[in-house]
Design a protein around this ligand. Sequence first.
Ligand code: IPM
Ligand code: MN
Length: 353
Amino acid sequence: MTQVLRIAVVPGDGIGPEVIAQAEAALRAVAETAGRTLALTGFDWGAERYLKTGVTLPEGALDMLRQDFDAILLGAMGDPRVPDNRHAADILLGMRFQLDLYVNYRPVRLFHERLCPLKGARPQDVDFVVFRENTEGLYVMMGGNFKKGTPDEVATEIDLNTRRGVERIIRHAYAFARAAGRKRVVMADKSNVLIHAHELWLRVFKEVAAEHPELESRHLYVDNLALQLVRDPSQFDVIVTSNMFGDIVTDLAAGLQGGLGMAASGNIHPGKLSLFEPVHGSSPPLAGKDKANPMGAILTAGLMLEHLGWTEEARRMEDAVRWAVENERTTVDVGGTLGTRAVGEAVVQRLRG
Ligand code: IPM
Ligand code: MN
């Protein structure tokens, strides 16, 4: 195969550059051993550049990315020197919205029971996927203030849900379930209280569910979903939910797989340029200390390969991380003693095997 994958790499802030360096090393190892070619091109977008130049996402950046790259790999955004994290909203949310990355794909997989805080939970019990709507809901930043700064202040935030937006993420969850051989789809909302916006979710869900009698469809209120995830995560194959609920539920889910250091995600528009980022943030206190867990970033790079059709290479990346977990080549957050670089090196060594 002569096809070259062109990846735009945005390490970002805090621990981003450290974990992304390990993800890049793993990508190079998996490509070289497969005799395939990857071109990784770095971009310095983030707090440092914003503080120096006032630029967040440079003008024309998205057109350039669409034209010259197959995918974007991002580390983390967030820096205490930018208190409102304006640059993060511009760069991360900017790409989600402007590239219309409506699928936030967050697989949740436990690699070893040692990593799960639930008593007796085994790897086969924690193996599901969350699809979070990624372009609307409470994230559209519509709303406002009235009488700001006075005791009578009023603040509103609009939860924007469109028929098109709700339908496309629900349909995506079903399409995934069918393709992946998953049997059960859960849609979580709060339609008992959000009687307009989430009644739309429930109605669309029922319509799409009726088209898939071969799959088990179940509706849960999101508070009950939180309870059920902790009580018995083995109930779940595919979960689909709104933007804000998905944000919260995927942090809880990350806890089931060993914490944010283990969690991977893709921001996807099927068939178009997509963005891959670990679920964790920039973690300023850990930055530059060789302590951050690179596994979330390495697994994220694996999701990116899977998305781009390098199925076998993606599987090898995940297997190498699982091997490192099983053999206790891990950072402190998941019970090990190694630093960021040593964990990355263990994974790379396994890949070069
Ligand atoms: C995530 C993050 C982001 C979100 C923040 C950094 C804006 O928490 O990707 O889960 O809320 O979507
Ligand atoms: Mn989050």
